[in-house]
Design a protein around this ligand. Structure first.
Ligand code: PNS
Length: 162
């Protein structure tokens, strides 16, 4: 049984993230999407809200499980019986950050491997930060996120304006 863990802040989960989950589901017996804390970001959605949203988005993919991890990523690998960490690479600009994380994770836990997949071209410029920025200025972000996420952003914005 080969299990891969796909960590991220997923704030929010985009079509690019979904694209990667689908690719991973073709390659691994089990895909664990792990909503984790990125200490450098201030999120729009709570960890639990993000987990629920991703569960909805991936409901048709039976081999996908969605969890929240709150400590160091490497400390959750054994618990979930994971063989590798999965991260997405969209462009060369992602590479430096991703390489640094992959090497740090392997230093923190020997044998910890990170594999990279690339999304389809039409999702390769999509990012959670851009989606949030478009939403903040009342632009149309709905082409870049799954339906449940678009609805949740709309509700969050409506709530904020009360
Ligand atoms: O989607 P992001 O924000 O690029 O994901 C980054 C994330 C959440 C995977 C990273 O910040 C992380 O692994 N956080 C958990 C805490 C941790 O292990 N930090 C050390 C990473 S080398």
């Amino acid at each position: 049984m080969k299990t891969v863990l796909y960590p991220g802040s997923f704030d929010p989960f985009t079509n690019g993230h979904y694209d990667l989950v689908c690719r991973a589901a073709q390659l691994f017996d089990k895909v664990i999407v792990a909503v984790a804390v990125n200490a450098g970001k201030s999120p729009m959605f709570t960890l639990e809200e993000r987990r629920e949203l991703i569960k909805k988005c991936c409901a048709s993919l039976p081999s996908v499980e969605v969890v929240v991890i709150e400590g160091l990523l490497v400390d959750s690998l054994e618990k979930y019986g994971v063989q590798a960490i999965l991260r997405g690479l969209r462009a060369f600009s992602d590479f430096e950050y991703e390489l640094q994380m992959a090497l740090m994770n392997r230093n923190l836990k020997s044998g910890c491997e990170t594999i990279f997949l690339t999304p389809t071209l039409k999702n390769s410029f999509v990012s959670s930060s851009l989606v949030k920025e478009i939403a903040r200025y009342s632009g149309d972000y709905t082409a870049y996120v799954p339906g449940p996420v678009a609805e949740a952003i709309r509700r969050k914005q409506a709530g904020g304006k009360k």
